[in-house]
Design a protein around this ligand. Sequence first.
Ligand code: FES
Length: 338
Amino acid sequence: MKYRVTISSSNVSFDIEPSQTILEASLLAGINIPFGCRNGSCGSCKGKIISGQVFCDEYQQSAMTDDEKTNGYTLCCQSYVSSNVELDIKLSKFDNNLPEPKITPVRVESLVKLNHDVMRMTLKLPGSNSLEFLAGQYLEFIMTDGSRRAYSIASPPHEDLLELHLRLIDGGKFTHFVFEEMQEKSIHRIEAPIGQFFLRESKKPIIFIAGGTGFAPIKSVIEDMFHNGNKRTIYLYQGVRSGKDLYMDKLCLEWCEAFEQFNYIPVFSEPNKKDNIEIRTGLVHEAVLNDFESFENFQVYSCGPPILIESAYSSLLGKGLLEDDFFADAFTFAPQKK
Ligand code: FES
């Protein structure tokens, strides 16, 4: 059975299956409802139900307040429908500029460990095909059982191979498979490109806040900026627990040497005794907060665990950052219950 979702303010509508979220169905229909985390953490996909039956699954309180829920709001990434629905939501301004996602086979070209728990994987498309994507977008591995795993593309669009950074997750079937069994030259299927984490036009300086492998899409955006001669000032805050969790530090230091507009600030939340004592310590978003008087004239791009995105979002908005100048890509973990 199919229902229909209508976004009256934009005069568009699309079909939806009961098993799909409103966000999934809209993206498949080529209608760009804005989104960030896709797990009920950031609030980017919030819309108002005008009519119809909508069930909103688990989400974080910071993404939608009880008052908003009572007043008819819902989070499209967590919402399923059981009737035709009319929705009010502002669509993304970038509707027509995003490359179409496609399903394609890929060959694993290399698997190289970057530190104790992060693997760099490179992938090649068949023949001389390349993937059209915007720096910062992600791809999904399609498993044989149909389930999917999302990974940000860490390479810039002008490079032939797609680069991913995969962190070994405790109990994570796919990452254990990658670390222990996956073979170079093996063939897999992906769908790409997906996502709305990419650089927006502006002259404002940029603060990138990365948590762990949240560095991946940020690396893609920064390398794309360098490649295109974009001279906007960049501050990259890289948050990890300690020195052993840092990776591609050397690359960031090389960028500091080569590009005067680039500034690099690693931050350790749980430094150990062997770590360089000059490295900043504490939570990465707090280091950012401490370094600037106001964020009114900045754009901020953050990628990492939902808790990092939430903390950065609320604290930076409290210090002048405009809501429209915050862009996030949260790792997809199950959201905490309200
Ligand atoms: S809450 Fe839906 S995309 Fe973040």
